[in-house]
Design a protein around this ligand. Structure first.
Ligand SMILES: *Cc1c(COP(=O)(O)O)cnc(C)c1O
Length: 365
C-alpha cells in the first residue's frame, strides 16, 4: 500500500487532495462493491445497494453539518457554476431584487448570471482593494424588495473567508460554500440555501451539493425547465435522472472520514494548525513573503501570498516544483502564489511547505 510519504505535496485549488484512506477504501471496493460483483459505477441508480449509498451520504452530511431535519440535501450536476444560474432562475421573481456581496471572482460570476434573469444589486464589494478582505457586517445594507442575499463564504482565488455571517432576518441568505464547506462548524439554520461543487472539500468533481430550506421551494418561480428546478430534485430525492453515482459514493466515503476526524470541530482544529504553519512562515519573514488577505479575513483554505518580484516568485515556484510541491501557482487572474490547504491536505504536507518557505527565504533574502 502507498504510504502518505509517497504521495505528492498536493496544494491544488480544485480538484484537490482526497484523504488517502478514502482512496484506499474505494480501491478495495472498486471491482466488487459489498459482494455485488459489480463496481458502484456499474450499479443501477435504482438498486437497493446504490440507494443505501445515496441516502447514507445525505444522512452523513446532515449529521456532520448539523443541518436541520426538514432541509433538503440535493446532489446535482453542472458544478457550482450552474448554481449561479439556477438560483436566480428559481428564487428571483419579477419585481424583486437579488443582493450580492462581491468578494471575489466567484461572486462576480454568480452576480453576472443573476443579471440575466432579473434585477440585482451589489450589497458591498471589496473590489477596490483587490478583494483582500471580507466586508464588516455594518457595511452591508439591504434594499427593499430583496429576494435573497448571496455571499461566497470562501474566496478561493483571493484567499479570504467569512467566519461570521450576517444576520439577514427574513431575507433568505444563500452561500456558495464550494471551497470551505465542511472545514469548520457553521450554523446551517442561518441559511436558506448552501451550495458547493464537491471537488474542493467533499470529493471528486462531478457532484454539486445543494442544501435547501423547504420554504424556498414554495416561493420558487414556476417557468423553469424541469432539470433546473430544485423541486424536481427534491421530489425525486436527487434521482429524477441518473445522478453521478460514483461521485456520490466517494462523497459518502469522505463524509465517513470526516466523522473519524472528530467531525467539523476536529477538522477545524486541524485546519487552523495547518494554516498557521504557512501564515507564520509569511508573518515571520519580515516582508519577504507578503500575504494578500488582511489578517482578520484570512482563509483557512486558500493561502495567497506574493514575493518581492515576479522574478523571485518564478524562482520560488520552480524550486518548489523541483522539491515535489504541486499546485502553488496563484490563480491566473491574480498571480503570485497560493497554497490550498483543504481538509484532506495533511499536516505534514503543510509542515513541509512552511519549512521550504523558510529555507527559500534564507537562501534568497
Ligand atoms: C471552484 C469554485 C466554483 C466553481 O465550481 P465549479 O464546480 O467548477 O463550477 C464556484 N465558487 C467557488 C467559491 C469555488 O471555489
Amino acid at each position: 500500500m502507498l504510504k502518505q510519504a509517497q504521495r505528492a505535496y498536493n496544494f491544488n485549488a480544485g480538484p484537490s487532495a482526497l484523504p488517502l484512506a478514502v482512496l484506499e477504501k474505494a480501491q478495495q471496493e472498486l471491482v466488487d462493491f459489498k459482494g455485488t460483483g459489480m463496481s458502484v459505477m456499474e450499479l443501477s441508480h435504482r438498486s437497493a445497494a446504490y440507494e443505501q449509498v445515496h441516502n447514507q451520504a445525505i444522512a452523513s452530511l446532515k449529521e456532520l453539518m448539523g443541518i436541520p431535519e426538514e432541509y433538503h440535501v440535493l446532489f446535482l450536476q453542472g458544478g457550482a457554476s450552474t448554481q449561479f444560474a439556477m438560483i436566480p432562475m428559481n428564487f428571483l421573481p419579477q419585481g424583486k431584487k437579488a443582493g450580492y456581496v462581491v468578494t471575489g471572482s466567484w461572486s462576480e460570476k454568480a452576480l453576472k448570471e443573476a443579471k440575466m434573469f432579473g434585477d440585482t444589486y451589489t450589497i458591498a464589494s471589496t473590489k477596490e482593494t483587490n478583494h483582500n478582505r471580507i466586508p464588516k457586517l455594518d457595511e452591508l445594507a439591504y434594499e427593499e424588495n430583496t429576494a435573497y442575499v448571496h455571499v461566497t463564504s470562501n474566496n478561493t482565488i483571493f484567499g479570504t473567508e467569512w467566519f461570521t455571517f450576517p444576520d439577514t432576518g427574513d431575507l433568505p441568505l444563500i452561500a456558495d460554500m464550494s471551497s470551505d464547506i465542511l472545514s469548520h462548524p457553521i450554523d446551517a439554520s442561518k441559511f436558506a440555501m448552501i451550495y458547493a461543487g464537491a471537488q474542493k472539500n467533499l470529493g471528486p468533481s462531478g457532484v454539486t451539493v445543494a442544501i435547501v430550506r423547504p420554504d424556498m421551494l414554495e416561493r420558487a418561480n414556476e417557468n423553469v425547465p424541469t432539470m433546473l428546478r430544485y423541486d424536481t430534485h427534491v421530489k425525486n430525492n436527487s434521482l429524477y435522472n441518473t445522478p453521478p453515482t460514483f461521485g456520490i459514493y466517494m462523497l459518502g466515503l469522505v463524509l465517513e472520514w470526516a466523522k473519524e476526524q472528530g467531525g467539523l470541530a476536529g477538522i477545524e482544529k486541524m485546519n487552523r494548525e495547518k494554516a498557521a504553519l504557512i501564515y507564520d512562515a509569511i508573518d515571520q519573514s519580515e516582508g519577504f513573503y507578503k500575504g494578500h488577505a488582511e489578517k482578520d479575513s484570512r482563509s483557512l483554505m486558500n493561502i495567497t501570498f506574493r514575493l518581492a518580484s515576479e522574478e523571485l516568485e518564478k524562482e520560488f515556484l520552480a524550486e518548489a516544483k523541483q522539491a515535489g510541491f504541486v499546485g502553488l501557482n496563484g490563480h491566473r487572474s491574480v498571480g503570485g502564489c497560493r497554497a490550498s490547504t483543504y481538509n484532506a491536505v495533511p499536516y505534514e504536507t503543510c509542515k513541509a511547505l512552511s519549512e521550504f518557505m523558510i529555507n527559500f527565504q534564507k537562501k534568497n533574502a
